[in-house]
Design a protein around this ligand. Structure first.
Ligand code: ZN
Length: 850
C-alpha cells in the first residue's frame, strides 16, 4: 500500500484525527490485502477522508472492483434525473457470484409461503444490503463505502472467505448521486489546504438548497412509499429483486452528537411491524456495540429516531420481512470542525461508518439462519394473520379520472401488491363500484401488513411524538373512493383478472374534422397539460363557469364547471391542423375531447355565453433561494416540469427587481423571500394589472406581513400541562404539533379553484397546527375544513376543534390566493394537485381584471 506523503495520524482524543490520514487508521489488520487490487487512495489520488469523494469517482471505483475481481459484479438499477447511474456492487465468494442468479431465485422463495417450506436454509447465504448517502450531504457514509468494498474485494484469508461464502453483500454507494454531486463540489471547493475547523467558515455553510435532496429537492428518504422519484423507483425494485435480510441506511446528524444505531424509540415502532423485528435489531446492535467499544467511539440507541413511518430506508425493510438499520453519525459537513469538547474530523466519521458496516456483516454471518428463518416466517405469518383479520379486501374506484387512478395502481404494483379487476359491480356506503373501473386488493397476500398501513386510517397512537408524518393513507392522497370488504359473502365472484401493468389512460378525440367547436372536461389528471399544450400553440381557449348540456346529432352529454372550450373558427391554424393538434393532445394527456356541431345548448349556457371566460396562458414565476422552503418549491417545480410540462421561471429575491415582471402572470411564493419595499410595490401594481399571486404554506405569513392580504390565524390553544416535570418539557411542547395528518375539507364546486372535482368532499394533507379563519366574504372561502375534519393521523382534540370550519384555501381581493397547506406533498397528493393547478390556470378569473 502506498504510504508516501502520508504521516501517521495523531490521535488527540477519540474523535480527533489529523488532516493527513494513514490507511491503517481505517483498515483492520487481522487480515492481509491483495496488492493487485487498487486501494481507494490509489484510485482517487487521495487518502479516504482527505477530500470528499464525488459520485463519479465513487461509481468508477465500484466498476473497477467489479472489473478486476471475480468476487463482484455491478448491477445498475436506474438513473437519477441528472442521468447518474444508480446501482450496487454485489459481492460474494467467486463461486456464489458464478451462481448468483440461482442463489437469488432460491432466496426469493423465502418470501413466498407457497414455496418457502422447501428452502434449505442451513445451506443458503444471507443477503445484506449496505445503503449510503440517501441524503447527499451526509458524506461519511458514501466515503466509507469504498473502504468496505476494498476490504471485501482485497481482503485475504479464512475470515474473509468464510464471510463471502455465507453472505451476498450489496453495496449501494450513493443512493442520491445528484445531491451528493452538489454537496461534494461545494465542500471540496471551499476547503483550505490547511483545514480550518472554525465553525463560522464558509465550508460548513452549504448554499441553498443544499445537497441533502435530489435534483428536484426531494428528500429521498421519505419517498419509499410515494415512489415519485426515479432513485426510489429503482431502489425499491432492486429491494424486491434481492430481498436483503439486513438493510443498512447510513446517515449523518448534527455535529455535536456522537453516533446512533437502532433500535430507536420503542414506544414509536409501527404496530404493524412484528415485534420480532426489534429483537433482531437489538441483537444486531450488540455487534455494533462491540465494534464501536473497540475503537472507543461514543454512541447511543433507543432515543430520537423511530420506525413509525414505514416510508424511510430503515423502516421500509422492517415491514417487508427484513431488518432495516438506521445509522446516524455526527456530521462534519466539511473536513475538520470544532465542536464542544474537541475537534470532529471527517476521517473519524468515516471510520465509524466503516466500523458499523463490518459489525453488520459479522452480525449477518452469525445470525444467518435466524434471519433467514425470520424472513420466511414473516410471510407465512402474514397469511395466517390475514385469515384472522376481519377485513378481507379493499375495493376502489375512480370513474372520472383515469390518470389519477392509474398512478395509484402503478404505485401499488411497484410495491408488489396484487391488484385485481373487479368482476362485478357493487354498491357500498352509497358509492357505486362499477366493474368497469373498480379494482380489488385482497388482504390475504404476501404484503398483508404493508397494505394495511396504506389503506387503514389510524387515529389512536401509543405515543404523541413522531419523527415524520403520522399517516400515509394512499387512496386518500389520491382522492380515490375506496372501502373495505369484511363480509366473506361479498367477496364471492368479486375478484377478476390480476392487473400486471398499470392501465393506460387512453385519450381520444371524438369529433369530425368539420366540428363547430371542441370541448373537454377538467376532471382528468393531465388536463392542465392538455390546456397548456393548446395555449402554447397559440390556440384560443375558454373555460365554462357554469354547467351546460350538449345535444346534437353526434353528442348528448352534460358538461360541468371548468369545461374547456376550443372554438374551431378564429384560431391561428386551419381547422384540419387544429383537428390534428387535438388528436395529439388527447393522446398525450389521456383526455377525451368532444366535437360539437352547434353553439346552442338545450340546457345551461350556450357556447357563446359570457359564462365562458377567455383564458390567458399562464406564465409562471416562482421565488427560490434563501427564505424559501426548498421542499415546497421543489415539489411545485417537479410537478410542473415532469407531469404538466409547464415551464416555471425560478428567481431569487436578490434579482427580482431587475426583471420585467409583466412577462409573467402567475407569481408563486412558498416562503419569505427578502423582497424590498420597492419590490413589494412592484408586486402590488402587477397584481392590480392582472397578475395572480399564489401564496403557499409559509408564503402566507409573508403575504400577511407585507400587507398583501388580511390573514387571521386562530391562536394556539393554551397548553394543558399543569404540573409538568422539567425532563419532559420537550415532549410536552410537541404534543400539540400536527406531524402530518389527513383531514377532510368541503368544496364549493362552482368556484374556479374547485373546477374538475365531482365530489364536494376532499381529503387533504396538513402538517403544522396553524388554522386560518374564514374570510368575511363568503365567496372567498372555496375550500374549508369540515366540522369533523380528522380522517387519519395524530391531532389533539383541542386542535381538531380549532381547525374545524377554518380555511384550507382562501382568496383575498383580486387574484390573490392563499393555499395554507401542502397540496403537492411529496408529489403523492394527486388528489389535491388540481387545487394548485386551478390556482395557476383559473386564478385569473378571480376578481375584476383591470
Ligand atoms: Zn440523513
Amino acid at each position: 500500500m502506498k504510504k508516501t506523503l502520508l504521516v501517521l495520524a495523531v490521535l488527540l482524543t477519540a474523535n480527533v484525527v489529523d488532516a493527513q490520514i494513514d490507511p491503517d487508521y481505517f483498515l483492520p489488520k487481522d487480515i492481509t490485502y491483495n496488492k493487485e487490487i487498487a486501494t481507494p487512495e490509489q484510485f482517487t489520488g487521495y487518502e479516504t477522508g482527505e477530500w470528499h469523494i464525488t459520485p463519479d469517482k465513487l461509481y468508477y471505483y465500484m466498476l473497477e472492483l467489479a472489473r478486476v475481481s471475480d468476487r463482484a459484479i455491478w448491477e445498475e438499477y436506474g438513473r437519477s434525473y441528472e442521468a447518474r447511474p444508480l446501482g450496487q456492487l454485489i459481492i460474494s465468494s467467486p463461486e456464489n457470484i458464478k451462481n448468483i442468479e440461482q442463489l437469488r431465485q432460491q432466496h426469493l422463495q423465502l418470501c413466498d409461503p407457497s414455496k418457502s417450506d422447501n428452502s434449505d436454509i442451513n445451506n443458503m447465504p444471507i443477503f445484506i444490503k449496505l445503503g449510503y448517502g440517501v441524503h447527499g450531504n451526509e458524506a461519511s457514509g458514501p466515503n466509507s463505502s469504498v473502504l468496505t468494498a476494498y476490504y471485501l474485494i482485497a481482503g485475504e484469508g479464512k475470515k474473509i472467505d468464510e464471510l463471502l461464502k455465507n453472505t451476498v453483500i450489496l453495496i449501494d454507494p450513493s443512493l442520491n448521486p445528484d445531491g451528493m454531486q452538489r454537496y461534494s463540489t461545494w465542500v471540496n471547493s471551499t476547503r483550505s489546504l490547511n483545514n480550518n475547523p472554525d465553525p463560522n467558515s464558509w465550508e460548513f455553510r452549504e448554499p441553498w438548497p443544499g445537497g441533502r435532496t435530489n435534483h428536484y429537492w426531494f428528500d429521498l428518504n421519505r419517498d419509499y412509499i410515494m415512489l415519485q422519484q426515479p432513485e426510489s423507483v429503482g431502489r425499491v425494485a432492486s429491494f424486491y429483486r434481492w430481498r436483503p435480510n439486513i438493510v443498512t441506511d447510513h446517515h449523518e446528524m448534527g455535529a455535536n452528537s456522537t453516533f446512533f444505531f437502532q433500535p430507536g424509540v420503542q414506544s414509536r415502532n409501527n404496530p404493524l411491524t412484528p415485534s420480532e423485528n426489534q429483537y433482531l435489531t437489538a441483537e444486531i446492535g450488540r455487534y455494533h456495540e462491540k465494534y464501536l467499544d473497540a475503537i472507543g467511539s461514543l454512541y447511543y440507541t433507543e432515543e430520537g429516531f423511530d420506525d413509525f413511518y414505514v416510508g424511510k430506508g430503515s423502516s421500509y425493510p422492517d415491514i417487508h420481512g427484513s431488518v432495516g438499520i438506521l445509522f446516524e453519525q455526527a456530521g462534519v459537513k466539511g473536513h475538520l470542525k470544532e465542536i464542544p469538547g474537541g475537534l470532529l474530523s471527517f476521517p473519524f466519521a468515516i471510520r465509524n461508518q466503516f466500523t458499523v458496516a463490518l459489525s453488520t456483516l459479522e452480525a449477518g454471518l452469525n445470525m444467518r439462519v435466524k434471519l433467514l428463518e425470520s424472513q420466511k416466517n414473516f410471510y407465512k405469518e402474514a397469511l395466517n394473520e390475514a385469515d384472522k383479520y376481519p377485513v378481507k379486501a379493499y375495493i376502489f374506484t375512480e370513474p372520472a379520472d383515469n390518470g389519477r387512478l392509474n398512478a395509484f395502481i402503478k404505485n401499488l404494483l411497484e410495491h408488489q401488491i396484487k391488484v385485481y379487476r373487479s368482476a362485478r359491480s357493487i354498491v357500498k356506503n352509497g358509492v357505486e363500484y362499477k366493474a368497469a373501473n373498480s379494482y380489488i386488493v385482497p388482504l390475504k397476500q404476501n404484503e398483508y401488513r404493508f397494505i394495511r398501513s396504506l389503506f387503514e386510517p389510524v387515529k389512536d397512537f401509543t405515543d404523541s411524538i413522531f419523527y415524520d408524518i403520522s399517516t400515509w393513507i394512499l387512496p386518500l392522497s389520491f382522492n380515490i373512493s375506496y372501502t373495505e370488504i369484511n363480509v366473506i359473502k361479498e367477496m364471492a365472484g368479486l375478484t377478476g383478472e390480476e392487473i400486471l401493468q398499470p392501465p393506460l389512460a387512453e385519450g381520444k378525440l371524438i369529433a369530425s374534422e368539420n366540428a363547430y367547436a371542441y370541448l373537454f372536461e377538467w376532471n382528468e389528471y393531465l388536463t392542465p397539460r392538455a390546456l397548456y399544450e393548446l395555449q402554447d400553440a397559440g390556440i384560443i381557449t375558454r373555460v365554462a363557469t357554469d354547467k351546460f348540456t350538449c345535444d346534437d346529432a353526434n353528442l348528448k352529454k352534460e358538461f360541468s364547471y371548468g369545461t374547456i372550450l376550443i372554438p374551431a373558427y378564429g384560431q391561428n391554424i386551419s381547422r384540419s391542423e387544429l383537428f390534428k393538434l387535438l388528436q395529439y393532445v388527447a393522446g398525450d394527456c389521456g383526455v377525451t375531447i368532444y366535437g360539437v356541431n352547434t353553439g346552442l345548448t338545450p340546457k345551461g349556457i350556450d357556447l357563446g355565453s359570457n359564462g365562458f371566460s377567455v383564458l390567458q396562458k399562464p406564465s409562471v414565476i416562482m421565488f427560490v433561494g434563501d427564505g424559501i422552503s426548498s421542499s415546497d418549491a421543489g415539489e411545485i417545480w417537479n410537478i410542473f416540469d415532469t407531469r404538466f410540462h409547464i415551464p416555471v421561471t425560478m428567481i431569487t429575491a436578490s434579482r427580482f427587481e431587475n426583471i420585467d415582471l409583466s412577462k409573467y402572470n402567475v407569481l408563486i411564493i412558498t416562503g419569505s423571500p427578502a423582497v424590498s419595499s420597492a419590490g413589494i410595490d412592484i408586486i402590488k401594481r402587477w397584481n392590480h394589472n392582472g397578475g395572480t399571486i399564489i401564496a403557499y404554506e409559509d408564503g402566507n405569513e409573508w403575504l400577511s406581513k407585507n400587507k398583501l392580504a388580511d390573514i387571521e390565524y386562530v391562536p394556539a390553544s393554551p397548553s394543558k400541562v399543569k404540573n409538568g416535570v422539567y425532563l419532559n418539557r420537550l415532549a410536552d411542547s410537541q404534543v400539540k404539533l400536527i406531524p402530518g395528518s389527513i383531514f377532510e375539507t368541503k368544496l364549493d364546486l362552482t368556484h374556479p379553484l374547485c373546477y374538475g372535482y365531482n365530489s364536494d368532499i376532499l381529503p387533504v394533507f396538513k402538517s403544522g397546527a396553524s388554522a386560518i379563519r374564514k374570510d368575511a366574504n363568503v365567496y372567498n372561502n372555496p375550500i374549508t375544513y369540515t366540522s369533523a375534519p380528522l380522517l387519519s393521523g395524530y391531532c389533539t382534540m383541542e386542535n381538531i376543534d380549532r381547525i374545524k370550519g377554518t380555511s384550507f384555501v382562501s382568496v383575498h381581493g383580486s387574484r390573490i390566493i392563499s393555499i395554507y397547506d401542502n397540496t403537492n406533498f411529496r408529489a403523492i397528493w394527486y388528489g389535491t394537485n388540481k387545487v394548485f393547478m386551478n390556482a395557476v390556470f383559473f386564478g385569473q378569473l378571480l376578481g375584476s381584471r383591470q
